[in-house]
Ligand binder design. Structure first.
Ligand code: DGL
Length: 258
């Protein structure tokens, strides 16, 4: 069984890839909506939530935990790996594939303020993107729109233009989605940047890495349940999860009390 969590519904963009790759596994998804967004919260608060959610997953007997949130990964993956013995898979900022394949030598990155501040992002940048120009923008307000169930329309387009136009104007030929909420805005982003700019979503690579870890396990809990917990509002969680898997029954949506 795989535990997957995010500050909200963004991690469903990762669950979608996991579920596509490993439909036979059980999943427990946690949307920490009552504490969303994480992007501007103090790091200690994000670690406290990571700790509480991990203990909840352990009580459910999951085998691995996917931290399907770039911000939570940046703030807490080290603490989690040092504190618990279960394997954790975090989000890697996809700077490497973007920088290695860029022909224009300009790459745009859209992420939260906390992700940009984290050492994970900055080390990756130093290691793989020293030879390209990286244009960073904090996607302020985008997480809230996705949480409200919006993936297109005037509000979405206005904010995306604000953050992405400077990247395109500077010649970026790749845009890295550095927050798991943003893949739900891919069509709106593609409309702005056109077909010549690559939009890079790290979720498929994270799903593959999770599969590698599971395949290497001698045995694991093969309980094929699908449960979706939220510490706050559940309407967008249900809307997106049931869009991804139309056979879901509403009884799989539950209240998280940690
Ligand atoms: N999905 C989270 C991420 O990947 C959203 C951050 C937030 O809650 O601000 O960073």
């Amino acid at each position: 069984m795989i535990g997957v969590y995010d500050s909200g519904v963004g991690g469903l963009s990762v669950w979608r890839e996991l579920y596509k790759l490993m439909p036979e596994e059980g999943y427990i998804y946690v949307s920490d909506s009552a504490y969303c967004p994480y992007g501007t919260k103090p790091v200690e608060d994000i670690i406290a939530r990571a700790d509480a959610i991990t203990r909840f997953f352990l009580s459910k007997k999951v085998d691995v935990i996917v931290v399907a949130c770039n911000t939570a990964t940046a703030a807490s993956i080290r603490y989690l790996r040092e504190t618990f013995s279960i394997p954790f898979i975090g989000m890697e900022p996809a700077i490497k594939p973007a920088a290695l394949t860029s022909e224009s030598g300009v790459v745009g990155v859209l992420a939260t303020a906390n992700t940009f501040k984290g050492s994970l992002y900055n080390n990756t940048l130093e290691k793989f993107a020293a030879h390209v120009k990286v244009i960073e923008r904090v996607g302020e307000g985008l997480v809230e729109l996705v949480e409200a169930g919006k993936s297109e329309g005037e509000d979405v387009e206005r904010l995306l233009h604000l953050y992405i136009d400077p990247m395109v104007e500077a010649g970026a030929d790749a845009i890295v989605l550095g927050c798991t909420h943003y893949p739900f805005l891919t069509s709106a982003i593609a409309k702005i940047v056109g077909p010549s700019v690559k939009i890079i979503n790290p979720a498929p690579a994270v799903a593959l890495q999770t599969k590698r870890i599971i395949d290497a396990m001698p045995s694991h809990n093969s309980n094929r349940i699908l449960e979706f917990y939220s510490s706050g509002d559940t309407s967008t969680l249900w809307k997106i999860a049931s869009f991804i898997e139309p056979d879901l029954s509403y009884s799989c949506i539950k209240k998280l009390c940690v």
